[in-house]
Structures are given as C-alpha cells and as structure tokens.
Design a binder for this molecule. Structure first.
Ligand code: C2E
Ligand code: MG
Ligand code: MG
Ligand code: MG
Length: 280
C-alpha cells in the first residue's frame, strides 16, 4: 500500500513538474508580450513618518494584470524575468511608469512625495540605469528627489565595486537610495560602511515578531541604532498591527510601511493619501 502511495506521489510530482515546465515557457512568452505591450502596472503603498503620521513617500510595486490568472504578483514573475533577462526591459519600464505617474500627479496639482521603485541587481550591473533614470527625470520634467530606488541587500562580492560606483552616481544626482529587506541578505555590515545609502528598510520578518518581547526586538533596536550612527534613515517594512506600531514608537524618528496603514493599491486609489496629505 505504501508502495502504491509512493508511486502516486511520484506520478503527481512528474506531472506537476511537466506542467510547470510548460508553464514556464508559456509564462516567459506571455511576460515578454506583456512588457512589449506595456500591460504591467504599478501599485503604490504609502510610507509614513511615525511621530506625526505624515505621508512621506510611496513604494511602487509592479503587478501583471493577466486575463486568465488575474493580477499576478511580482514574486511569481520577477524571478522568471531575472532568469530570462527580461528584467532589464521590465525594470526600465517600471522606472518610466513611476516617473509618468509623478508627472500626472504634479499636473493635477497634488503635493508630491517621492516614489521609490525596486531595482534588480542585474539592472545595476548590466544596464545603463543611470541613463534610464536621467531620461525619465528629464522626459517627465521631475526633480530627482521625486524618484528613489530600492536595492536588496544580497549583492554578490564580484559586483560590489560596480554597484557601489553606480549607486554613488545615482545618489549624487539626488535620487534616494534605499537598501531593501535589510537583515536578510548575506552582505551586511562591512558593505554598509562604503555604500551610499539614504534608507535602510528593515525586513518584515523582523517587524513580524516585535511587540511580544522576543529576539526580533533586539535586532530591530540594534539596526535602528546602527543606522543612526551611519546617518541613514530607517523604514520599518511590513507593519501589520497596532501592537507592532506601539513598540516602534520608542523610535519616533523612523518611517513605517505596511498593511496596518494600507496595502499597495492602483494609483487612482492611493491618490487618496496624497489628497489627505495636502490637507495636513
Ligand atoms: P519588497 O520590495 O520588499 O516589497 C514589499 C512586499 O511586501 C510587497 O510585496 C508588499 O506588498 C508586501 N507588504 C507590504 N506591507 C506588508 C505587510 O504589512 N505585511 C506583509 N505580509 N506584506 C507586506 P509584493 O508587492 O508582492 O512584492 C514582492 C517583491 O517583489 C518586492 O519586495 C520586490 O522585491 C519585488 N518587486 C516588486 N516590484 C518590483 C519591480 O518593479 N522590480 C523588481 N526588480 N522587483 C520588484
Ligand atoms: Mg522594496
Ligand atoms: Mg522589502
Ligand atoms: Mg522583498
């Protein structure tokens, strides 16, 4: 009986793998088409200053509205985009979409806050991202401060020098540089010393555990204190409840982002936050 069960399990996995392989090829073709036809959209999640609750920025998060699959999350297609090199075209498009959105909000008379886009390490290494950012700022007539980039901490040693140079140029232009998912990568402390960084975004896995007296609190406390020493600002990512917020209030200078405040939303919905901020 156990043997039969084993065979079934095996058959199941083979079938699943096979269908995943088909999916992969299909997905790649469809993603390529979605990029070419500019079907990807950006959702925006607000970021607030903790002490006064003021809106201080948005993070742009890409979505793929798909006719059969619904709205596909980046976790499901960014890895594929990175493996296939599509990330370059996708990443350039994301930067231009964020800039176009800022221009639209400006034209509509709203008070503007910076929008940060996530960039893949591949963009920093293999692509003229500086040119893309410059063109976007120029074409949409934006101050550099209106755009930021978020780079995850996992930067391999071989690209360290290139990436540092690139980030330095970007930061020197006045574009805000954030290190994303801080604390989960393998690069860590020695990099920070030499990296041009404006913001550390503490990964949500650490924020998850705070407010209940565990080790995450010690880690978050240390990261905030270190960031202060390095003259970097801190954003706590993934704040989901009042309990976590209350604990974070001992550090009023930080910024917060998470479902407790709002989820990422299409631009026509998150504009509500800009309207509210205009009245502050
Ligand atoms: P990230 O940059 O660390 O973005 C934060 C993720 O956490 C987002 O997921 C966001 O929706 C989610 N999040 C926000 N608040 C909360 C919360 O309170 N609780 C929980 N559990 N989650 C929260 P999303 O939008 O699915 O994006 C996932 C990842 O995909 C991003 O992580 C980023 O690494 C990547 N990504 C998104 N857009 C882009 C893009 O345009 N280019 C590149 N290269 N990567 C992107
Ligand atoms: Mg991010
Ligand atoms: Mg993150
Ligand atoms: Mg992440």
């Amino acid at each position: 009986e156990a043997k039969a069960q084993g065979r079934n399990v095996f058959a199941f996995y083979t079938e699943k793998l096979y269908s995943n392989m088909l999916n992969r090829i299909e997905m790649e073709a469809e993603l390529r088409k979605a990029i070419e036809e500019e079907q990807l959209v950006l959702y925006y999640q607000p970021q607030f200053s903790l002490n006064d609750g003021k809106l201080v920025g948005f993070e742009a998060l890409v979505r793929w509205p798909h006719d059969r699959l619904g709205v596909v999350s980046p976790g499901e297609f960014i890895p594929l985009a990175e493996e296939t090199g599509l990330i370059i075209a996708l990443g350039n498009q994301v930067i231009r979409m964020a800039a176009a959105q800022q221009r639209q909000w400006l034209d509509e008379g709203y008070r503007i806050v910076p929008v940060s886009v996530n960039v893949s390490v591949m963009q920093l290494v293999h692509e003229n991202i500086i040119g893309t950012l410059e063109d976007a700022l120029e074409d949409f007539d934006l101050k550099s401060y209106y755009l930021g980039i978020e780079v995850t901490e996992s930067i391999s040693a071989e690209h360290l020098f290139t990436i540092r140079e690139t980030l330095q140029t970007i930061q020197a232009k006045g574009i805000v540089v954030s290190i994303d998912d801080f604390g989960t990568g393998h690069s860590s402390l020695s990099y920070l010393k030499n990296f041009p960084v404006d913001y550390l975004k503490i990964d949500q896995t650490f924020i998850n555990g705070i407010g209940s007296g565990n080790k995450d609190e010690a880690i978050v406390r240390s990261v905030i204190s270190m960031a202060e020493g390095l003259k970097m600002q801190v954003i706590a990512e993934g704040v989901e409840n009042r309990n976590q917020e209350n604990w974070l209030r001992q550090f009023p200078e930080i910024q917060v982002q998470g479902y407790y405040y709002d989820r990422p939303r299409a631009s026509e919905h998150c504009v509500t936050w800009i309207k509210l901020a205009g009245q502050q």
